[in-house]
Design a protein around this ligand. Structure first.
Ligand code: DD3
Length: 323
């Protein structure tokens, strides 16, 4: 368990802004008890998570889809002693020689479960969390122009939540650092996946202010000042706020990203964050060096990534005979 200046403090959780553009967060007062659970989309014993597909009754009386993600969070060192002292019940499971196991029942304040609500959820959200077979794609620049780019442009991915953060309409009090420059500036905020209670699973994202860069594929030497700002100022801000040195950070971009507004991930080095595999993560420092060597690096080389078999983009690659 890692410690740091901020890890000790508790903060109230905030709801994420919903896709409708409202900034007060529809998830903040979501009526969880009234949710009708339809199915388990995914569960992981290792990650201690469960993804539920449910329906809530909207004001008009019809059932509206929701995704509810439940996750048991890592232990906080300073709370473990409390846990032993304040448990409400200790039930012996078995005893054998010097070994024994128990069920410990913690009081509510020590047994929180991180809950993420996507509501209203679209078919795409439901599909995203269903377990699926994946295939590796090797995308050339021509593939990008002929298949991937038209696909991205044909989709209406809502990134209202990104604009809400950039415009201080949501999560404004969570901003860790900002460089306000319209072309070389960015906002650094804790990712939704991180509750900030412990540094073990530290996860922040840098969202760039400019809105004309969708992904790694758009980057050229023109973007070097922006990328260098993110790397340098991001490292400094994380050190200052959380006491985590840059040697303990994994700073990278995803390709494909899950939303097409340029962003950079900052995660704890010891944390095996989803999407940190070689076929998705591109270290920011390497991206910077590649662009400094060749401005057109990402408009020339083939990039590898995994796609779900049920994804439209996968079908497009199949139709083009590229899988
Ligand atoms: C998202 C990718 C997007 C479901 C889920 C997450 N960090 C966010 C809204 C606010 C945020 C994020 C989409 C959506 Cl669980 C569908 O992520 C967010 N705020 N990654 C922050 N700070």
């Amino acid at each position: 368990m890692a410690e740091g200046p901020q890890a000790k403090r508790r903060r109230p959780e905030e709801g994420a802004a919903a896709g409708d553009g409202h900034h007060d967060g529809a998830g903040a007062h979501f009526p969880l008890a009234e949710l009708r659970v339809l199915r388990v989309l995914r569960e992981s014993a290792r990650d201690k998570t469960v993804f539920l597909h449910g329906q809530a009754t909207s004001p008009s009386g019809e059932g509206t889809d929701a995704v509810v993600i439940l996750e048991k969070t890592p232990f906080q060192e300073e709370k473990v002693l409390d846990l032993l002292k304040k448990h409400t019940k200790l039930e012996l499971q078995m005893s054998n020689d010097i070994y024994s196991t128990y069920h410990l029942y913690p009081p509510p304040e020590l047994s929180e479960i991180k809950t993420t609500v996507v509501y209203p959820a679209t078919e795409k959200h439901l599909q995203k969390y269903l377990h699926q077979e994946v295939h590796l794609i090797r995308e050339t620049w021509e593939d990008y122009k002929d298949i991937t780019l038209p696909f991205i442009q044909s989709q209406s991915f809502s990134i209202q939540w990104v604009y809400n953060i950039l415009e201080k309409k949501a999560e404004a009090d969570r901003i860790v650092h900002e460089n306000q420059d319209p072309s070389n500036g960015f906002v650094l905020v804790p990712d939704l996946k991180w509750n900030q209670n412990q540094l073990d699973d530290l996860y922040l994202i840098a969202l760039v202010h400019r809105r004309d860069v969708m992904s790694l594929r758009d980057l050229t030497a023109e973007h070097l000042p922006l990328l260098r700002n993110i790397l340098q100022e991001g490292k400094e801000a994380v050190m200052k706020r959380f006491g985590v040195p840059s040697s303990k950070l994994r700073i990278y971009l995803h390709y494909q990203p899950s939303y097409y507004h340029l962003h950079v991930h900052f995660t704890a080095l010891g944390y095996d964050a989803p999407g940190s595999s070689v076929e998705r993560a591109h270290l920011l420092a390497d991206v910077i060096d590649n662009l400094a060597t060749d401005s057109m690096f990402y408009q020339k080389r083939a990039l590898t990534f995994a796609l779900r078999a049920d994804e439209l983009l996968f079908k497009k690659f199949q139709e083009a005979g590229r899988v």
